[in-house]
Design a protein around this ligand. Structure first.
Ligand code: HEC
Length: 199
C-alpha cells in the first residue's frame, strides 16, 4: 500500500520517534546502572575498599575477573559509604590535578609512557618488589611511600618523577586505585602481568 497522504507519513514519523525515545531512555538508564558505582553492574560500590580484591582467570570468559573477597581494611580503617566516597573523590581530584594521564592510562584513557593504572592495585610487583624496597608491612603503605618518593624506588627503565604528593593525597590516590582495580573491565588490560597465575 502506498499513499501520498502527508498525515500518514507524519503519524508514522512521530510514532517511530516516540518508540525510539522510549528505547533510548531504557538503554540510557540501563547503561547508567551498569557504570555507576554500586549500581549492580560492572562497578562495585566505593566501600569495596574495605575488602580484599583479587584477580582470577575465568576459563569460560577467557579473561581475568576481579573477585571481591572478605574484609581487608585499607590503612587499618573501615570506611562507611560516605567516607569511602569522599576519599575516592579526593583521590580522583589529586589524579586530575597532577595530570597523571600525561604518562599513565586509566581504563585505557591517557598516555602510554608509563604503565596502565587500572589494575595497579593488583600488580604483583607491590608485594614482590616495592614492599621489601620500602620496608612496608602492607601493600597500601608501600604504594604511599612509592607515590610520595617514586625516585627512591625505581623498578623500571623509565622513572616516575616526584610529584610532591602529601601523605593524605597519596592515601586518597591509593584508595582510588584499589577501587579502580575492582571494576570488571572485561579483561582489560589484556595479559595484565599474568597476575592471576602469579598469586
Ligand atoms: C612524567 C610521567 C609520569 C607522571 C606524570 C606520573 N607517573 Fe606514575 N609512573 C611513571 C613511570 C615511568 C612509572 C614506572 C616507574 C617504576 O616502575 O619505577 C610509574 C609508576 C607508577 C605506579 C606503579 C605502577 C605499577 O603498578 O607498576 C603508580 C601507582 C603510579 N605511577 C601512579 C601515578 C600517579 C597517581 C600519578 C599522578 C599523581 C603519576 N603516577 C604520574 C611516570 C609518571
Amino acid at each position: 500500500m502506498y499513499t501520498k497522504d502527508p498525515a500518514f507519513w507524519r503519524a508514522g514519523a512521530i510514532s517511530a520517534t516516540l518508540v525510539m525515545l522510549v528505547i533510548l531512555g531504557f538503554l540510557s538508564a540501563n547503561s547508567l546502572a551498569v557504570i555507576t558505582a554500586g549500581g549492580g553492574g560492572h562497578v562495585p560500590p566505593y566501600t569495596v575498599i574495605n575488602h580484599q580484591i583479587s584477580y582470577q582467570y575465568d576459563p569460560e570468559k577467557d579473561q581475568d575477573m576481579p573477585v571481591i573477597g572478605g574484609e581487608q581494611l585499607l590503612f587499618g580503617k573501615r570506611y562507611d559509604a560516605a567516607q569511602a566516597s569522599a576519599l575516592i573523590g579526593q583521590g580522583k581530584l589529586v589524579i586530575q590535578s597532577r595530570a597523571c594521564i600525561d604518562c599513565h592510562t586509566f581504563l585505557g584513557n591517557g598516555a602510554y609512557y608509563a604503565p596502565d593504572l587500572t589494575k595497579s592495585w593488583l600488580d604483583p610487583a607491590w608485594k614482590a618488589q616495592w614492599m621489601p624496597m620500602t620496608q612496608s608491612k602492607t601493600k597500601e603503605e608501600a604504594m604511599v611511600k612509592f607515590l610520595m618518593h617514586p625516585e627512591r624506588y625505581p623498578t623500571w627503565s623509565r622513572e616516575m618523577p616526584n610529584l610532591q604528593l602529601s601523605q593524605s593525597s597519596a592515601e586518597a590516590v591509593v584508595a582510588y586505585l584499589k577501587w579502580l582495580s575492582s571494576i570488571n573491565t572485561n579483561g582489560f588490560p589484556a595479559n595484565f602481568n599474568n597476575a592471576s597465575q602469579q598469586q
